[in-house]
Design a protein around this ligand. Structure first.
Ligand code: GLY
Ligand code: MN
Ligand code: MN
Length: 432
């Protein structure tokens, strides 16, 4: 392990120890138990879907698929890990990575699914609804105290240098996948083969991806969370949208690229290029003190300008925003917080934990915070040709160039997405 990551991880664990001690002392708790969670089996079957460890558990140990395990955190004591590691000849026994956090912990390997003894006035967080009723009753602790969870969410919003290094590495690995996906598209592959090329080049199996990769050819590029992979390549190649990530030590990359194919009208390629420029412009707007809602509204003003500049809208950019036209072309938010979860915690909260919901006209926005150093966010402007959203405008007097919309519809849409950390002086783009 590189020395820098080694020492950064030590600092990260020390930071968590200090922060948790302060939070527990402030709230009058002697200890906190964090449950990793566990997957439930399919109904009437004996196997389960891929699992993802609870974020606050991963925050300490970075293990993305640990089940039936516990952390016990006490101020001024070494954290304890109760790792479920049954003697089992069906599976490879659980082993721990060679990372510095391991020596900071007292590790107990547990042959049984147990709950550790709670210490003093204790709190428990995690998906304890998965535990049996009798186990839940045996917990001598305050379960899921809302104020503790909110404060820990807030802690997670601000990444340590170790976490930023992990997200940067996840991005580096993901970009190798994106390059392979682009090459596969140039080679006329279909969606499934593009997905396989992405997985191979980013060195991961499908069950480990942080979210299901979105690989949409042609009109599928206009389905925001398109969830299939067609086996066969289409005859016409208008476009490819790839929204695909990677985990590194639990931390996620979430990157999107869109490409114009050989059969796309020239204007589609020009729009892809304009959306890259827009993404760059919005990234440059990131700095401490900037309101993410204001940045989202800036995206809409620029989308209005792009629609006008490419003759898709025969009014003014301001009019396109005011009439809701830009929202019909881009129904999602500018971005979200990114970390151990792709859509990370605390994005819709004020610093004191009270709700900070999305504005009425932008209900899909997942981040309403004022940016502060240490936050990692995605910047993902989009422009789509989605019938369902555009249809109501067809019967209005809105000066939309419908002939151009119809020409571009087979291309589906465009999204360009980078991952950016807010620094003391501005920003650093983690997406190479
Ligand atoms: N990949 C999901 C998103 O961009 O939010
Ligand atoms: Mn994405
Ligand atoms: Mn995203």
């Amino acid at each position: 392990m590189p020395t820098t990551l080694f020492s950064l991880q030590r600092d990260h664990v020390a930071h968590l120890q200090r922060a948790y001690a302060e939070i527990l002392n402030d709230h009058g708790f002697d200890s906190l138990a964090i449950y990793s969670g566990n997957a439930s089996e399919y109904f009437a079957d004996d196997h389960a879907p891929p699992f993802q460890t609870y974020g606050h558990f991963m925050h300490w140990v970075g293990l993305a698929d640990v089940q039936h395990s516990w952390l016990i955190i006490q101020p001024e004591k070494r954290p304890q890990l109760f790792l479920y590691a049954p003697a089992d000849f069906w599976h490879l026994p659980t082993h721990l990575p060679e990372e510095p956090w391991v020596s900071e912990f007292v590790v107990h390997f547990c042959n049984e699914k147990t709950i550790p003894a709670m210490v003093g006035n204790a709190a428990v967080i995690g998906d304890i609804g998965q535990l049996t009723a009798s186990t839940q009753q045996a917990l001598k602790a305050q379960c899921q105290p809302e104020h503790i969870v909110r404060v820990l969410d807030e802690l997670r919003l601000f990444k340590t240098p170790y976490e930023i290094a992990c997200i940067r590495e996840a991005n580096r690995l993901s970009i190798a996948g994106h390059q392979a996906a682009q090459a596969a598209f140039i080679g006329a592959s279909g969606e499934l083969d593009i997905q396989l090329a992405y997985l191979a080049a980013s060195r991961q199996r499908e069950s480990n991806v942080p979210y299901q990769n979105i690989i949409g050819l042609n009109e599928h590029a206009g389905v925001l969370h398109y969830q299939h992979y067609d086996l066969n390549a289409p005859k016409q190649r208008y476009s490819l949208l790839v929204d695909a990530g990677r985990r590194f030590r639990g931390y996620c990359a979430d990157i999107t690229r869109t490409y114009a194919g050989p059969d796309a009208p020239a204007v589609f390629g020009e729009l892809v290029s304009a959306m890259h420029d827009l993404k760059e412009e919005l990234v440059r707007g990131i700095a401490p003190g900037v309101s993410f809602i204001a940045l989202h509204e800036q995206m809409h003003r620029h989308l209005g300008e792009i629609l006008v500049a490419h003759d898709m809208y025969k009014g003014t950019a301001e009019q396109a925003v005011a009439e809701g036209v830009t929202r019909a072309f881009c129904p999602h938010g500018l971005g979200h917080s990114l970390g151990l979860q792709v859509h990370d915690v605390a994005g819709l909260r004020h610093p004191d934990g009270s709700p900070a919901p999305a504005p009425e006209y932008h209900p899909a926005l997942r981040l309403t915070r004022t940016l502060r150093p240490g936050m990692v966010v995605t910047i993902e402007p989009g422009l789509y040709f989605i019938d369902m959203l555009l249809a109501p405008l067809r019967n209005s007097s809105s000066p939309i160039n419908w002939a151009l919309v119809d020409l571009l519809s087979p291309c589906g849409g465009i999204r360009i997405e980078d991952n950016v950390v807010v620094t003391e002086s501005g920003f650093s783009n983690l997406t190479p």
